[in-house]
Design a protein around this ligand. Structure first.
Ligand SMILES: NC(=O)c1ccc[n+]([C@@H]2O[C@H](COP(=O)([O-])OP(=O)(O)OC[C@H]3O[C@@H](n4cnc5c(N)ncnc54)[C@H](OP(=O)(O)O)[C@@H]3O)[C@@H](O)[C@H]2O)c1
Length: 284
């Protein structure tokens, strides 16, 4: 596994597991809990979820899987990096604290490793940051960050005294969604903010892409693993593909060990050219 370093010095796995669309149906729950447990057995140690997913259902799937996996001895809590997100509609000073307590209960843990504002809403950022800092002081979260923030949002965040305590910005990024490369990623690097790439295989579309199919064949891996290795070619980038199928989980895990060649990278640039000008950050 490759690791990414947060600005506080902590090293976290560069490849994690997404959970959007989990926890939406009681019929699928058993299979989803099993998938998360299988992921832990395979070596996944970072998991991304949100209070929004399945209206708390995904957090509860993750919570059950964590408890069962710890009980079975396949993982211990200290090794896990649990990331969850607060909705903008709960982003007031008191709202964040209450939302975090509900998330902790569903996740069946005492502290969230990384707590993100899911996207920017009407609440002044300063108020949300004050709530994050309070939760951090109380040990209910270890670190906080944001999601779907473009460069101007990050600049505004950095204008507050506590803004630079933001560890990560989670954004839509895959070979087929490269807008953030233009000016957001350079800004992240300059300010030691880790990028968490969401939908890194473009919701499964890149697993069917001919360019990634050829790259995957050259390396003996799946197109999806090739698409993930492309995202992970950058040392300050974390990718959180979602998978429920055990075969997908296994295929994706190898991406963290895969180095693409200059020829591979040129083929991706030809198929999905890098942005030539500023475009707003895309969001799913
Ligand atoms: N912050 C935000 O606003 C935001 C927005 C979107 C997503 N996210 C986070 O990012 C995570 C990932 O994004 P995503 O779920 O939108 O998309 P994604 O990870 O790019 O793609 C997930 C889809 O690809 C399929 N898949 C996974 N591995 C595969 C493989 N090896 N071969 C073929 N298909 C494969 C999955 O199928 P199966 O499930 O059937 O295996 C699923 O349908 C989310 O789950 C969520 O945690 C955050």
């Amino acid at each position: 596994m490759r690791f990414v370093q947060w600005s506080n010095g902590q090293k976290v796995p560069a490849l994690g597991l997404g959970t959007w669309r989990m926890g939406e149906s009681p019929r699928a729950r058993k299979n989803e809990v099993k998938a998360v447990m299988q992921a832990f057995e395979m070596g996944y140690r970072l998991i991304d979820t949100a209070e929004m997913y399945g209206d708390g259902g995904a957090e509860s799937v993750v919570g059950e899987a964590i408890q069962l996996a710890i009980g079975a001895g396949s993982v211990c809590r200290e090794e896990l990096i649990v990331v969850t997100k607060v909705l903008p509609s709960h982003a007031t000073r008191d709202g964040v604290v209450r939302a975090c307590e509900r998330s902790l209960k569903r996740l069946a843990i005492d502290t969230v490793d990384l707590y993100l504002l899911h996207w920017r809403g009407a609440t002044p950022l300063k108020e949300t940051v004050a709530a994050f800092e309070q939760l951090r002081d109380q040990g209910r979260i270890q670190q906080w960050g944001v999601s779907n923030f473009d460069k101007s949002d990050m600049q505004q965040l950095w204008s507050f005294a506590e803004g630079p305590r933001c560890i990560a910005n989670q954004v839509y990024y895959s070979a087929s969604a490269r807008n953030a490369e233009f000016d957001l990623f350079p800004w992240h690097r300059e300010h030691s903010v880790v990028t968490m790439a969401y939908s890194p295989i473009d919701q499964g579309a890149l697993a069917r892409d001919a360019t990634f199919d050829s790259i995957g064949r050259r390396h003996g891996v799946s197109p999806s693993a090739a698409a993930l290795a492309w995202v992970l070619r950058q040392s300050d980038m974390l990718a959180i593909p979602k998978a429920v199928s055990a075969a997908h989980l296994r295929e994706n895990y190898v991406a963290a060990q895969l180095e693409l060649t200059a020829e591979d990278l040129a083929a991706v640039d030809a198929r999905f050219p890098p942005p030539a000008r500023k475009r707003p950050l895309a969001m799913i």
